[in-house]
Structures are given as structure tokens and as C-alpha cells.
Design a protein around this ligand. Structure first.
Ligand code: SF4
Length: 188
């Protein structure tokens, strides 16, 4: 089974507690004004990677990372493959899983496949980005309408206070990668 990805970042300090690998899924239909990841919206862009290959990439990182953050795009648009990936992560590693979703948790709770995904998720940050609502960095939310849900005992709310919210990488090929919660003025 394949996931359609926008990007896979092997090490990040600005996408949740500790050092994490980050998977940006491709495709989102919400079109939130001010979204900082518009390149992840078109369903026809991105690239495919099998869950098996993605797991191989994750396993190669070994103890370099504390967990996986899955963002987008909207990860739950690919819920079947997402569920397979989450099962694999939880059955074969001790990595934590944090998911950002533009869907409200009340909606996610109504769909059996979404609920199955959440069973193997430690932390959910849910709700659409609203550019006119101030960020809530104590809950690691880019806009304060979003909500942090601790779905396992892996983390406490305090673990999300004052985390790094932005980072910039320059790759070997010169590509500049920005990641994290906050918008960086002057750079798009
Ligand atoms: S749900 Fe997330 S990725 Fe989709 S438009 Fe809103 S902020 Fe952007």
C-alpha cells in the first residue's frame, strides 16, 4: 500500500517533542487562508512511497529520533495507508507518533477507520488553521482554535510548552527547507 507524500524529513527539532522524523502527506481539500504548506494541497502532485519502503527509511534512523510527526496536507485523506503505517510503527518500534490534522477530533471520532488510526497515535493536534487566531504555543498549535489531544500516556501537556517552532535547513542541493509551526515573515 502506498502513501502520497510531499516530503520526508529525517531529523527535525521543530515538529514536536525531541528529534523527530516528519512525513508531510500530499493532498488537502480545506484550503485554509494563510496555510503555510500550500504546496501540499494539490492531490495530483507529490510522490508515492510504499508503507514498506517508508518503514525501511524510518528503521534506518534507529535511535536518532524520538518519534514521527505526520503532517500535511491532510493525513486522514489517506486513512487506509495511514492506518497501515501507524500499525507498523507501533508494532515494530518504540517511536512516538504525533499527527497534525485539519479535521476536528469530533469528526475523526465518527469514522471507524479514523478511530483505528488514532488508536496508534500518541498525540493529535486537530482543527483547521485560522490565520486571524493567535497561535497557542503552549499547546503547540499554529492557531489557538486548534486543540492538542494526548491519546496515550507517552507525553504530558508540559512536554509541549515552549518547544522550538521553526527551523530552516539548506540541503546539499541548495534547496531551502522550512518547517515548524510559525510563519517566517519575508520568506515564503
Ligand atoms: S488543513 Fe492544514 S494543510 Fe490543509 S489547508 Fe488547512 S492548514 Fe493547510
Amino acid at each position: 500500500m502506498d502513501l502520497k507524500l510531499n516530503y520526508f524529513l529525517k531529523r527535525s527539532s521543530a515538529n514536536g517533542p525531541g528529534i523527530r522524523a516528519v512525513i508531510w502527506t500530499q493532498g488537502c481539500l480545506q484550503n485554509c487562508p494563510g496555510c503555510c504548506n500550500p504546496q501540499t494541497h494539490p492531490m495530483h502532485q507529490g510522490y508515492r512511497m510504499s508503507v514498506t519502503k517508508l518503514m525501511q527509511e524510518i528503521m534506518r534512523l534507529g535511535s536518532d529520533i524520538e518519534g514521527i510527526t505526520i503532517s500535511g496536507g491532510e493525513p486522514f485523506l489517506q486513512a487506509e495507508a495511514l492506518n497501515c503505517l501507524l500499525l507498523e510503527i507501533k508494532q515494530t518500534t518504540l517511536l512516538s507518533v504525533l499527527i497534525f490534522s485539519g479535521y476536528e477530533k469530533t469528526l475523526l471520532d465518527t469514522v471507524p477507520l479514523y478511530r483505528a488510526c488514532l488508536k496508534n497515535t500518541d498525540v493529535l493536534i486537530s482543527g483547521p488553521y485560522q490565520k486571524d487566531v493567535q497561535p497557542d504555543y503552549n499547546q503547540f498549535c499554529a492557531s489557538g482554535n486548534q486543540k492538542l489531544f494526548l491519546l496515550s500516556s507517552r507525553y504530558q501537556k508540559e512536554d509541549f510548552n515552549n518547544l522550538m517552532t521553526n527551523e530552516i535547513f539548506i540541503q546539499e542541493n541548495g534547496t531551502i527547507i522550512m518547517s515548524g509551526l510559525g510563519r517566517i515573515e519575508g520568506i515564503q
